[in-house]
Design a protein around this ligand. Sequence first.
Ligand SMILES: Cc1cc2nc3c(=O)[nH]c(=O)nc-3n(C[C@H](O)[C@H](O)[C@H](O)COP(=O)(O)O)c2cc1C
Length: 394
Amino acid sequence: MKFQEIKNNIYYCGLNDCDRRIFDELIPLEHGTSYNSYLVKGSEKTAIIDTMYPPKTKEYLKRLVDNQVGKVDYIIANHGEQDHSGSIPALLEKYPNAIVITNPKCAENIKSMLHVPDEKIRVIADGEEVSLGDKTLKFIFAPGVHWPDTMFTYIKEDNVLCTCDFLGAHYTFSDVFAVESKELEKSAKRYYAEIMMPFRMMCKKYTQMIKDMHVDVILPSHGPVYTNPDYILDLYADWTADAPKNLVTMPYVSMYNSTKEMIEYLSNKLEEKGIQTFKFDIVDDDLGDLAMSLVDAATIVMGTSMVLAGPHPMAVNVAYLAAVLRPKAKFGALIGSYGWGGNLFGKIGELLAPLKLDLIEPLQVKGKPKEEDFKKLDEIAQAIYEKHKSLNLV
Ligand SMILES: Cc1cc2nc3c(=O)[nH]c(=O)nc-3n(C[C@H](O)[C@H](O)[C@H](O)COP(=O)(O)O)c2cc1C
């Protein structure tokens, strides 16, 4: 298939991976993903910005041949992770005169992770420029969004910015240009939640920086290309804002429905008070949905049954994940059910501690909740309402 031209001799040469269902062995994918690679033809030199996920290398190289790419001078590695840099060794074999241009941290990564030889790498400094003749590539280091080795590549004359994983989405397409839709917004949010949210402050900084650059086109390394940069930048401005929304996220695990009954009761009470809730069944539901709700939630309520003298291991897993995603939630509560004894919340509290949540009195119930337990749940609902009110959320 012919490469799609994005602007003045800048082409999309990436690939869709429609069948991929999980990323990083952690993140369920609703739409598969795309591995974006860009061919930039200057009057003197040709560059490829980011390459390909290794299992797709053969198909990728065939596309380059089919599109008569006879010469590549520079391979720009914006980030060392294998889904973008994984095909560098194969590209170097195909184009032996090419050299890899990257930053010092990425150089270390592609040497250790992909065994790219030292002599094939040219290390550049932050802000350095490389000429392709009538086009200039400028490299902007962007550590933290999402690896320490991440950088952006700015194609100056065309006012086009390749943002690597930043502003990406796990999404596939037949036309590379973004069609603004709820579906795309959801994919971009899911991607932000799982990959970028732990670095929210950095995301905020780079969102503003790119806004101030007034670029014409944003080329991320997953998902579609944005010719209306404000669309994705405004979404990022919303997701990275300091203030949470009037939302309570409620992940729970329940073997015999006692904890579930409490979660459902509390959710109804909160909704009656005008607070939005998101109930998340830890065993059955999609972790991406939980991560997305954590982008906005002001409060996290975790529910767990007691297993082997502690919280259910699946709840431990989610508490750990919630903590490392570093959401902006301010308040928390723990509820659960036990049979005879143990420490139901100790481990969960420990795991969530880095979030510094203002915790409401926890509730543990022996067996199935009774009338007095529902009264306590009413009190928890009221406490959450007051906390949200204190932030003018309700
Ligand atoms: C495998 C297993 C291990 C359990 N271990 C404990 C335990 O160590 N301490 C305890 O108090 N209850 C224990 N229980 C009992 C449950 O915590 C109790 O039935 C609780 O009400 C279940 O809540 P749920 O209906 O929300 O799952 C265990 C139950 C199961 C099935």
